[in-house]
Design a protein around this ligand. Structure first.
Ligand code: SAH
Ligand code: TYD
Ligand code: ZN
Length: 406
């Protein structure tokens, strides 16, 4: 199947199909099983601008609402990372006596709380009302709306232009990328920067991290595609930095043309992407085969464990676990429950696969033989926290980059 590119209108050719899926953060109450929204989770690449994107999308009001279950402050590493980000912005970016920092998708205020505490003028734009309230409770100023060209003009009229516009794990969520960039262009100060951090296609392909593919991630960026997007919408890509978040992301910095000298990192990563053939069909063909192999290996291992009469529990219920369990058809028969520290996920079911989510105590009170680590990007933090599981003879199962037991 093919569609028209959301960036340039070119032809997007499908390369992987992860089947019938629901919403990754659609954790539902057992009584709501009948109201699930399904769609086909498939990804393709634009033959013109190389932007990788979903073929079908879920309307944004179904994804982001007053019961949005992802809380950005859920891990120590995220809290530290975003606090560092905030300090970096305040130290090195804003110009003038009264700088203004805008965050698109501020969620529970994990980044902006530090800016607010420092008394710096800021605004979070956050459509999901429940997490917006959590940010407000931290003293963050929040506009409870979707960021688009219309909101951007309204913000400019009320607050003036922004020295920094930031987005983390949000820019790739916004399907109407033209409206987003027209908004950024309207709101950004002449010497301002638009900085965003998003999952990297190079990591997804390199580590077979197919669980990063889900309804909320409409785009899967590379340096090459972000450069094409920036050019198209009148901005310039001036810096890139690889960061370890979510298993491997890139932090892109865009500015108005000719305002900043691009750092050598931009060309260096572009060259690396060419060497890795990150925009070539054979790369995606190999990725598709790797994904199928991981599915086969994981299901075989879980069946074997069940046949041996041993117990498996899932650990961490990130959005990623929805893709994995639904694509691999793993239900409560193979993984009876998943424990997760997020209160709003507990007592709910993973959408589609209907595996119950329970608090971490359900794990520590009665250790299973194996723990399937869905939150693999937090492996260090979780394995350190649950050290006594291993001491008691428990084993971790990981499926990135391939199925293995540690
Ligand atoms: N920045 C946080 C949260 C990422 S989750 C982090 O990196 O952890 C993505 C967030 O973007 C959600 O809170 C969602 O409600 C918000 N969002 C989705 N579409 C948006 C839009 N058009 N404008 C602003 N925020 C949006
Ligand atoms: P994360 O990888 O941050 O998100 P995404 O949904 O974008 O894939 O999700 C990590 C999940 O793991 C989150 O629901 C919280 C949970 N978690 C624990 O249960 N215990 C922990 O110690 C940590 C670090 C995370
Ligand atoms: Zn395109």
């Amino acid at each position: 199947m093919h569609i028209t590119c959301r960036v340039c209108g070119g032809n997007v050719q499908e390369f992987v199909d992860l089947g019938r899926q629901t919403m990754a953060n659609g954790f539902l109450r057992p009584e709501d099983i009948d109201s699930e929204h399904f769609f086909r989770l498939a990804v393709g690449m634009c033959e013109s601008c190389t932007t990788v994107q979903l073929l079908e999308e879920v309307p944004q009001h179904l994804r982001y609402h007053n019961a949005y279950r992802y809380h950005a402050s859920g891990s120590e590493s995220h809290r530290k990372h975003f606090e560092r980000n905030a300090r970096r912005f305040m130290e090195s970016e804003p110009t003038g006596p009264d700088p203004f920092i805008v965050e698109i998708g501020c969620n529970d205020g994990v980044m902006l709380a530090t800016i607010a505490q420092a008394g710096v003028r800021h605004l979070g734009v956050e459509p999901s009302g429940n997490v917006a309230e959590l940010a407000r409770a931290k003293g963050v100023r929040v506009l409870n709306e979707f960021f688009d060209v219309k909101t951007a003009f309204a913000i400019r009229a009320e607050h003036g232009r922004a020295d920094v516009i930031f987005g983390a794990n949000t820019i790739c969520h916004i399907a109407d990328i033209e409206s987003l960039f027209l908004g950024v262009e309207a709101l950004l100060a002449p010497d301002g920067v638009f900085v965003f951090e998003e999952p990297y296609l190079g990591t997804i392909v390199g580590r077979t991290a197919f669980d990063q593919i889900y309804d909320e991630h409409v785009f899967y960026f590379t340096v090459r595609s972000v450069q094409a997007i920036a050019d198209r919408f009148g901005l310039e890509l001036v810096d890139v930095e690889q960061i370890p978040m979510h298993g491997g992301e890139i932090r892109y910095t865009l500015a108005r043309p000719s305002r900043r000298t691009p750092t050598p990192a931009v060309n260096a990563l572009l060259a690396e992407e060419r060497t890795r053939r990150l925009a070539e069909p054979d790369t995606f063909e190999r990725f598709g085969n790797d994904v199928k192999r991981v599915r086969g290996d994981l299901v075989a291992l879980l069946r074997e464990i069940r046949a041996d009469g041993k117990r498996v529990v899932g650990y961490g219920a990130p959005g990623k676990c929805t893709t994995v369990t639904n694509y691999c058809e793993i239900g409560p028969d193979l993984v009876p429950f998943i424990c997760d520290s997020t209160p709003s996920k507990q007592g709910h079911l993973v959408s589609g696969s209907h595996i119950p989510v329970r608090p971490p105590e359900a794990f520590s009170q009665d250790y299973p033989d194996f723990a399937l680590l869905f939150a693999w990007n937090h492996a260090d933090e979780i394995m350190a926290k649950e050290k006594s599981f291993r001491d008691a003879g428990g084993k971790w199962i990981l499926y990135i980059p391939d199925v293995h037991i540690v």
